[in-house]
Design a protein around this ligand. Structure first.
Ligand code: NDP
Length: 345
């Protein structure tokens, strides 16, 4: 660690609250490495809605906190326990999902690192890693859709006879990834989005139908589009505002996957509501699909292949300076964004 400084810039939260509690600091200690950790100099940090939950206190964490869940950058130091045993070395470009990414440097367990293949930039990796892996694991494991080549080797995008899927906030960061992943997996995708412009984004992502959640009756439109059947699977990161309508729109024996709280957490559910249509209800978290190194490596490899092949693209809303993260949070929570928000360190 001789070449790394003792202090760094970053964002510190000392009390929970609005975006104003995200404080820009220039004298934070550079983390000391523990056994098995490497020091990553972050180049691009992804902004995710989960960081707003930690900022507001919806999700609990000890304070003071450097939040941030993902980044891509370069390894600048390794704990001595690793130097002879690891595939990584100083200078290796990596992406990771781990805590404390809103900073110049982050100490990351080597097990959590994904080395970037040649040709994949740290800006693309930092903008796609967490949400790409969320979409991939949710489509595969929560919705149970088969790998495309197993499902139908002759499948052509846009000519789909696959399951009906509804994605809420289909122009958002995770929504954009979900729509594209579902299209790759052969689903017939309906996206909802707040406003006409965002509906265009949802269509560009690959949604065959886009419904304006601010201007249209989503339940009626979904009924029309599916010929009264309803959708086989719903991906809902909006939460409180949309959950009850999900139960109306899902088909008999369909699956409702609630995975976020953008409009607030879903209140406790009366499970009897599920029985009329034998609905499957899930509340997955990406982290639990990436619990083992084998899972992390396999899904990261597949995501990088999809990106390299251009089957999945990253839609960046804006690249903010790390110091401007409060504005990024305000924009995200204010429904002003389409695509991924990224911080440049
Ligand atoms: P997005 O880019 O999707 O932004 C959130 C979007 O939600 C907004 O743009 C808006 O789209 C929609 N929305 C609807 N109602 C509200 C509201 N009241 N307040 C704010 N937004 C609203 O964010 P992310 O992609 O970062 O996250 C999306 C969701 O996915 C979050 O709930 C997040 O927690 C969840 N998530 C969960 C994961 C897990 O492992 N469980 C992993 C990754 C993400 P519109 O205007 O079009 O309606």
């Amino acid at each position: 660690m001789s070449s790394t400084p003792k202090t760094m810039s970053g964002i510190l939260i000392e009390e929970t609250g609005g975006p104003e509690v995200l404080q820009w600091k220039t004298d934070l200690p550079v983390p000391e490495l523990k056994e098995g950790e490497v020091l990553v100099r972050n180049e691009f940090v992804g902004v995710n809605f989960i960081e707003t939950y930690f900022r507001t206190g919806l999700y609990k964490s000890p304070l003071p906190l450097i939040t941030g869940k993902e980044a891509a950058g370069v390894i600048v130091a390794l704990h001595p326990s690793l130097t002879t045993t690891t595939e990584f070395k100083e200078g290796t470009r990596v992406a990771y999902i781990a805590d404390h990414a809103y900073a110049q440097f982050t100490a990351v367990p080597a097990d959590l690192l994904a080395p970037l293949p040649e040709g994949l930039s740290t800006s693309t990796a930092g903008a796609s890693f967490l949400q790409g892996l969320t979409a991939l694991t949710f489509v595969r494991e929560a919705a149970g859709l088969a790998r495309p080549q197993h499902a139908n080797p002759n499948h052509q995008l846009g000519v789909s006879e696959g399951p009906w899927a509804l994605v809420h906030a289909a122009a958002g960061g995770t929504g954009s990834m979900l729509v594209q992943m579902l299209a790759v997996h052969g689903a017939r995708v309906i996206g909802t989005a707040g406003g006409k412009e965002k509906c265009e984004v949802a269509r560009a992502n690959g949604a065959q139908w886009a419904v304006d959640s601010k201007g249209e009756n989503v339940v009626e439109r979904v009924r029309e589009i599916t010929g009264g059947k309803g959708v086989d699977v719903i991906f809902d990161g909006v939460g409180k505002a949309t959950f009850e309508s999900d139960l109306e729109m899902v088909a008999r024996k369909g699956t409702v996957i609630v995975f976020g709280n953008a409009s607030g957490p879903v209140p406790p559910v009366d499970v009897l509501k599920l029985s009329a249509k034998n609905i499957k209800l899930m509340r997955p978290a990406v982290f639990a699909y990436l619990a083992t190194k084998e899972e992390r490596d396999a899904y990261a490899k597949e995501l990088f292949e999809l990106l390299a092949a251009g089957k999945v693209n990253v839609k960046v809303h804006e690249v903010y300076r790390l110091a401007d993260v409060a504005r990024a949070h305000s924009d995200l929570e204010g429904r002003k964004t389409a695509g991924k928000l990224v911080l440049k360190v």
